[in-house]
Ligand binder design. Structure first.
Ligand SMILES: Cc1cc2nc3c(=O)[nH]c(=O)nc-3n(C[C@H](O)[C@H](O)[C@H](O)COP(=O)(O)O)c2cc1C
Length: 200
C-alpha cells in the first residue's frame, strides 16, 4: 500500500511528465502552425524549369507549405544551349504544339495544386499547355508562380484563368529569375498574403 504522501508525490510526477510531453510536442505543433490553412489539405507543387530558377522557387514553396514536389518534364528534353531552346520554344509556340510530357502523379487526391514555370516569349512554355490540356483542375485551389527575365507574368496568369475556369486561382507571384533568384523572401511574403501560411 502506498502512503498518502507517496501517492501525492507520484501524482505530481505524472503531471510534470504530462507537461513535459506537451512542451516536447510544441516544436512539431509550431511547424504545423506555419501553414494553418494548408496543413490538413493535400498539396502538390509542380514546376517546369529549364535553368533552375523556377525549381528553386518551387522548392521554397514546398519548404514553406509542405506537400509533394514534382518536376514537369518534356519527353524530349530542351537543348542545353540557350539559343537552341529559344528556337525550339518559338517553333512550338508558332505551331501551337503540345510537347509530350513525362508522366506525373494522379492529381485527383490533391486540394491545392501549385504550378510554376519560367516565362518564355512573354508567356508559358508550351509544356504548360500540355499540362493544362491533360489535367482538369476544376474545384481545386490553384497557386501560380513564375520566374522571368523582365516580363513579369506576361500573359501566363490570364491564360491559366482561361484554361482552368473552374479552379480557384489565387493571386500569382512573378519573381525575377534571370541567372538565379535573388528575391527569395518574396515567396514567403506572397504565401502569407494569399493565406497559405500564417501572417505573423
Ligand atoms: C526560351 C526562353 C525564352 C525566354 N523568354 C523570356 C521572355 O519572353 N521574357 C522574360 O522575361 N524572360 C524570358 N526568358 C528568361 C526566363 O524566363 C528566366 O530566366 C527564368 O527565370 C528562367 O527560369 P528557369 O531557370 O527555371 O528556366 C526566357 C528564357 C528562355 C530559356
Amino acid at each position: 500500500m502506498l502512503s498518502d504522501s507517496r501517492r501525492m508525490f507520484l501524482l505530481c510526477l505524472g503531471c510534470l511528465g504530462a507537461l513535459g510531453a506537451v512542451s516536447i510536442k510544441n516544436p512539431a505543433q509550431a511547424a504545423d502552425v506555419r501553414s494553418p490553412k494548408a496543413h490538413d489539405r493535400r498539396i502538390i507543387t509542380i514546376y517546369f524549369s529549364w535553368a533552375g530558377s523556377c525549381r528553386d522557387v518551387a522548392r521554397e514553396v514546398q519548404r514553406l507549405i509542405g506537400g509533394d514536389l514534382v518536376r514537369l518534364e518534356t519527353v524530349e528534353p530542351y537543348p542545353a544551349k540557350y539559343e537552341d531552346t529559344v528556337s525550339r520554344s518559338k517553333a512550338e509556340s508558332k505551331a501551337n504544339l503540345r510537347p509530350a510530357l513525362k508522366p506525373i502523379p494522379d492529381l485527383s487526391g490533391y486540394d491545392i495544386v501549385c504550378i510554376g514555370h519560367p516565362i518564355w516569349s512573354g508567356s508559358m512554355p508550351m509544356a504548360l499547355y500540355s499540362f493544362f490540356d491533360s489535367h482538369d483542375l476544376s474545384g481545386k485551389t490553384l497557386v501560380h508562380f513564375n520566374t522571368h527575365g523582365g516580363s513579369g507574368q506576361g500573359d501566363s496568369h490570364r491564360e491559366i484563368a482561361r484554361l482552368e475556369p473552374k479552379a480557384k486561382l489565387l493571386e500569382g507571384l512573378a519573381v525575377y529569375g534571370w541567372g538565379g533568384v535573388r528575391d527569395m523572401p518574396s515567396v514567403e511574403q506572397w504565401l502569407k498574403r494569399i493565406g497559405l501560411i500564417e501572417a505573423k
